[in-house]
Design a protein around this ligand. Structure first.
Ligand code: NAD
Ligand code: IPM
Ligand code: MN
Length: 356
């Protein structure tokens, strides 16, 4: 089993180091090979996703990814910005199905900014389409407007688009996931305004005919954003497009206590996967040793389960994470009165100890 390890930038290097220690403590025989990605790769090779890094990722059985990005690269031309690395990996590897499970562990009910009764027992799964939508649609760019409100003015534009097969395959993923859970899918769209999302809704409805045992509900994205904080437990599987999924999953992370708790898996049609926390490189806390490594450690567990056929090892990691939370250990993002504040490395070490 070969794992490509791409730590990236900011807290990416700190949290991936802890996930690697946890994987090494399992006594399974992996081969792990690291490569630079994002700003780190731009510094080393002049490109955020060098050919050698992409090749390593494509040839591996799974990719463990940290995060990319830093404000200091915001002025670079877009093709050279760190974020292009993760977008490029998703596109080149065909990682269209992004799973972002939001689970509120009982110990963290008090860590969220939401009321305990709203989030206690929460276990929802956001399935985000990851290789289409306005993220990748062409054309895009800047031009001088020929028409519109201000003809002759500078303007910018992007293209929102989805093809039928792209919607069909993510809908199948959602209905199949729902069959293993409580058999309910909420498809989130903006069909009341956008052609792309009326089509989304139509295609999801058509695919649903093959899953009569699964309940399908449609919801507009603005309402979904509101319902997620009003009554999140009414959701089970949520399926949506690339941009809505990006936004709703960050919102959902606070239902778990912190964005530092939200893992993710991005899979392609052959179950090859990239595993990363749902958060970014957090430049505001990078280098301070305080980032929460649990989202990354839980992503490594998802990697074992989905791509490496090691469900037992995945269970062990998840149990170890629960154990350290039960011990009262907390990084600052999930710290509350009466618990013990620890740093990134201490948290990683505690998970390793709990594994043993
Ligand atoms: P962010 O997710 O990096 O941080 C948002 C807030 O959450 C910050 O206050 C940060 O300190 C906190 N946070 C995030 N992860 C944490 C953790 N593990 N433990 C404790 N606190 C944590 O989002 P941002 O600040 O909007 O973006 C920063 C950079 O990251 C940007 O360059 C952005 O493009 C990039 N980004 C990358 C990815 C990715 O690599 N997949 C994802 C999101 C953002
Ligand atoms: C995420 C991030 C990325 C996205 C960025 C960094 C390209 O926010 O993984 O959620 O928008 O998909
Ligand atoms: Mn995001």
């Amino acid at each position: 089993m070969k794992i490509a390890v791409l730590p990236g930038d900011g807290i990416g290097t700190e949290i991936v180091a802890e996930a690697v220690k946890v994987l090494q403590a399992l006594d399974l025989s992996f081969e792990m090979e690291s490569a630079p990605v994002g700003g780190a790769a731009y510094e080393a090779h002049g490109h955020p996703l060098p050919e050698s890094t992409l090749k390593l990722a494509q040839q591996a059985d799974a990719v463990l990814f940290g995060a990319v990005g830093d404000w200091k690269y915001d002025k670079l031309e877009r093709a050279l910005r760190p974020e292009q690395a993760i977008l490029g990996l998703r596109k080149h590897m065909g990682l269209f199905a992004n799973f972002r499970p939001a689970i509120c562990y009982p110990e963290l009910v008090g860590a969220s900014t939401l009321k305990p009764e709203v989030i206690s027992g929460l276990d929802i799964l956001i399935i985000r389409e990851l290789t289409g939508d306005i993220y990748f649609g062409q054309p895009r760019g800047r031009r001088t407007a020929a028409d519109g409100h201000f003809p002759g003015a500078d303007e910018a534009f992007d293209t929102m688009r989805y093809s039928k097969p792209e919607i069909e395959r993510i809908a199948h993923v959602a209905f199949q996931a729902a069959r293993k859970r409580s058999k309910k899918v909420t498809s989130v769209d903006k069909a009341n305004v956008l052609e792309t999302f009326q089509f989304w809704k139509d295609v999801v409805t058509e695919v649903h005919a093959q899953y009569p045992d699964v309940e399908l509900e449609h919801m507009y994205v603005d309402n979904a954003a509101m319902q997620l904080v009003r009554a999140p437990k009414k959701f089970d599987v949520v399926v949506t497009g690339n941009m809505f999924g990006d936004i709703l999953s960050d919102e959902a992370s606070m239902l778990t206590g912190s964005i530092g708790m939200l893992p993710s898996a991005s899979l392609n049609a052959s179950n090859q996967g990239l595993y990363e926390p749902s958060h970014g490189s957090a430049p505001d806390i990078a280098g301070k040793g305080v980032a929460n490594p649990l989202a990354t450690i839980l992503s490594a567990a998802m990697m074992l389960r989905f791509s490496l056929n090691q469900a037992q090892a995945a269970d062990r990691i998840e149990a170890a994470v629960k154990a350290v939370l039960a011990q009262g250990l907390r990084t600052p993002d999930i710290h509350s009165e009466g618990t013990t504040k620890v740093g990134t490395a201490e948290m990683g070490a505690a998970v390793v100890k709990a594994l043993r």
